[in-house]
Design a protein around this ligand. Structure first.
Ligand code: T4K
Length: 381
């Protein structure tokens, strides 16, 4: 639908439930030939032809050199840390999905939480150095909502202290910086292809790395550590993506540009409609190529008539299931809140954002009438 349609003239048609996201699915009939091939070949998994084709197709689409597919983003994060033999302490953000810190704990590594920047809600480079100890081996920032971290500043610190950088890039599919893909920054970057993501393979994920040797190590680690039939070089895991997921990914990739274009229109429409509402603030974009419109976070400030949770509930009452990504902070969960770095005084910006942010629905099938219904709730009529 065209964003130029005068939205305020459109009246909502239904009161059907609107979720925060909905997968953009290629037409079912287009998937049948892929399934037929799988049925004919009887190759269901273990890095078969669709797996190989999707790795190549994603390298080309994303503009990256090496990419290893995984069955989900969390296993990809766990394996990325294994691949670099990360130990001790890792500096990370509390303002993310819980999988970020969990991947550290699965590796026996202690997360050290550092506060975020108020403008991007990404790890604040100015606060990283103070958290470095002799045990620190790496930094794990998150490109939150797909907005790029300050990759230059983070790399400078990593170089000064000889630390690895592993980006949790779960939200950052297709995001570019001036030098090319944001996924080429750091030692490794990890994508998620979960159903709720911009690009999905039902479940799925990937590690992006810079050289063939690292890619080979990651490939061994995701296949139990097997190098050949009788040789196991590491205590690897089963992180392989199946042929069905890979085939679906190849098909989805053919429709990704139309999905991104509609997301962009929705983002622009929200910004225009919400611009004049007192107490509602949108997170700014960087450059256009640095945006993939994965999420639409708003901040509900003190001068809005309702609290963030009040607006969240009002949405629910109107069958609009907006989400409080990321509340509670990771550092508030029981397995983390005892850590010294989890103290709220150490994380004032993240704590404030966790109480103010509401992610509005954004996905290609969202109609202009849906957008009108959502904004009407915020406007209070
Ligand atoms: N790092 C970061 C920064 C992440 O955000 C994530 C995942 C990861 C790492 C780990 O990657 P994966 O291992 O997941 O690949 C969702 C997702 O499950 C999760 O992937 C995502 N981040 C996180 C931010 O959100 P929930 O619990 O909010 O999802 P759920 O089931 O409530 O879904 C939200 C809405 O989406 C539903 O209300 C309806 C719609 N939906 C959902 C599903 C699953 C659909 O329409 N169809 C579906 O199949 O966690």
């Amino acid at each position: 639908m065209n964003a130029a349609v005068p939205l305020r003239a459109i009246q909502p048609q239904t009161n059907e439930r609107i979720y925060v996201t909905q997968p953009h699915l290629a037409p079912l009939e287009e998937f049948i030939p892929y399934l037929q091939q799988i049925w004919d070949s009887k190759i269901l998994t273990n890095c078969g032809p669709f797996h190989q084709q999707l790795e190549a197709a994603l390298c080309k689409y994303l503009g990256v050199r090496h990419l290893a597919l995984f069955s989900n983003g969390t296993l990809a994060l766990v394996t990325a840390l294994q691949a670099l033999r990360i130990t001790g302490e890792v500096i990370t953000t509390p303002y993310s999905f819980v999988a970020t810190a969990h991947s550290l704990v699965w590796n026996g590594v202690k997360p050290v939480f550092v506060d975020v920047d108020p403008h991007t809600l990404n790890l604040d480079p100015a606060k990283i150095e103070a958290a470095i100890t002799p045990q620190t081996t790496a930094i794990m920032p998150v490109h939150c909502y797909g907005k790029p971290c300050d990759v230059e500043a983070i790399q400078k610190i990593a170089d000064n202290y000889n630390l690895k950088v592993i980006y949790d890039a779960a939200h950052a599919f297709g995001v570019q910086t001036d030098e090319g893909s944001v996924l080429e920054h750091g030692d490794l970057a990890v994508l998620s292809f979960h159903a709720t993501k911009v690009f999905n393979t039902f479940e799925g994920g990937a590690i992006i790395c810079r050289d063939a040797k690292t890619k080979q190590r990651i490939d061994h680690l995701k296949n139990f550590g097997f190098v050949d039939e009788v040789t196991v070089v590491a205590p690897g895991i089963n992180g392989k993506m199946s042929e069905i997921n890979a085939a679906f990914g190849l098909l989805q990739l053919q429709h990704i540009d139309e999905a991104l274009a509609r997301r962009k229109e929705i983002d622009a429409t929200y910004r225009e409609m919400l611009g004049g509402i007192r107490g509602i603030r949108c997170l700014p974009h960087g450059s256009e190529k640095a945006a993939n419109y994965a999420y639409f976070p708003i901040l509900v400030e003190a001068d809005y008539p309702l609290s963030r949770d009040g607006l969240y509930q009002k949405f629910r009452d109107n069958e609009i299931w907006a989400r409080r990504y990321f509340y509670p902070l990771i550092s508030e969960f029981p397995m983390y809140r005892g850590l010294p770095s989890a103290n709220q005084n150490n994380l004032p910006v993240a704590a404030d954002a966790a109480l103010k942010v509401l992610c509005l629905p954004i996905y290609p099938a969202l109609s202009n009438s849906d957008l009108h219904r959502i904004v009407s709730v915020i406007e209070g009529h």
